[in-house]
Write a protein that binds this ligand. Sequence first.
Ligand code: HEM
Length: 516
Amino acid sequence: GGGERTSESAEEESGPLRLGHSGEPLYTTLGGHPVSDDNNSVTIGESGILSFEDLHLFEKNAHFNRERIPERVVHAKGAGAHGYFEVTHDVTDLCKASLFKEVGKKTPVFARFSTVSGESGFPDTARDPRGFALKFYTEDGNWDMVGNNTPVFFVRDAMKFPDFIHSQKRNPQTHMKDPNAFWDFLSLVPESLHQVLILFSPRGVPDGFRHMHGYGSHTFKWINKEGKAHWVKFHFISDQGIKNLTHERAVELAGINPDYATEDLFQNIQNGNGPSWTFKVQVMPLEDAPSYRWDPFDLTKVWPHKDYPLREVGKLKFDRNVTNYFAEVEQASFSPAHMVPGIEASPDRVLQARLFAYDDAGRYRLGANHLQIPINQCPFAKVQNYSRDGLMTVTDNGGGKPNYYPNSFEDLPRPDASQPDVHPYKHEGGIVSRKALRKWSEQDDYEQPRALWQQMSKEDQEQTAKNIAGHIQGAKDMIIQRQMGVFRRCDPTLAQKVEEMLAVKKKSQEPYTMVA
Ligand code: HEM
């Protein structure tokens, strides 16, 4: 039940309780003044008006009025958990990051799993990608692996991201989800097709957060001790196995238990059955990139495993629930820019834009000092610099030490030229201009989605077509026809199956399904 106490650690965290004269824990105001009565306001006479002398009454209500902070603009609904990562296979030939230093090394990790387009109270069983965000607390600072449960994404350039998200969220007039906007955008941007097929396949509604894989999705760079680099893609394979919810079950759960995935994660950890994932990487030599059959930095593409097989790295295990949702989950701020020596970005232009977006969102949502919040601090890498002040400074703010650099004080922090910096590598460089990411053939948007469709089982194909039909039927005919053109170009049998399902839906007069 919701009122159950699941943790006794609050006392340990803040020291011994202050006691009142009765010997029982004392209730205080926000400033620590003793409270004698929490039921009755101070009034003038028994039935009289309130007195401004009642600090507790006004303070308690004023604080209540300020409880809400902006929710994440995307991925607002989510659940978090603590755990650790353990290296099981030596990858020091590929990556010098301290967390991979030796087999058996353990690194604390905080994770947040989420849906994308719904608000903070939205049903967990929505047909939507799932966020898969990990914060590794390492000796070189935090490594945030901010991925999804899909290896690709809807767009290959972040310029399209705000429009894409607008089209998936609420209509500016009705404030309702809008199937016209949803399919209008997607049908005009066929690079979305690969992710659209995954979204409407059975994997589009995982059975909770434990039964899905996680992906870094982008290509990243790993650098070893000798300075040799490789392009890599991160895969987190669920040890619980893949399990999905049917459309019908998802819709039902949205009504009876909108927090289905949140509860499933919490209860399993509480019962000592926390989930785990096996961390694997695909590795591409830098020399392969220019001649690979797809642009290896195109976020709408995967690297087939037969080209680049998975190599095992370690285990990710979650074994501890948060003690306070707001403090730990809501205030967690992940950023793909938080990388550690040995792990770097690739030229993927969506990743490049994300390097900016997340701390910017953190500063808006939590403030300029969002990284001072305990869940975002790395206990193993002390922060030492000359940035000071700002709203909600809660550290000693550098005390009395000088707040500028260069300075002539030997005992103050200074850059160390021997520390690793951006790994130099040759890129095509050349003219600065605005250009679409190079397509490798006319088939570029269609080839991988076609392969995905063709390797689905007959049953998965049926389900996918049915899920698409149930959703797209809410859109105008002109938009449906445009998207049908995209499906037909992918594979005529895909378009045909969706058309058949649409005819069935139309006959049955089932309404467009907003959730799943
Ligand atoms: C959350 C921007 C693409 C995964 C967010 C947030 C922003 C954002 C502003 C809210 C952050 C916060 O308030 O703390 C963008 C932009 C993208 C993009 C500009 C460019 C196309 C992606 C992709 C992935 C992804 C491709 C996965 C591969 C996530 C996750 C979260 C998130 C997991 C939630 C993090 C958490 O749990 O706190 N994104 N995003 N995003 N994004 Fe993205």
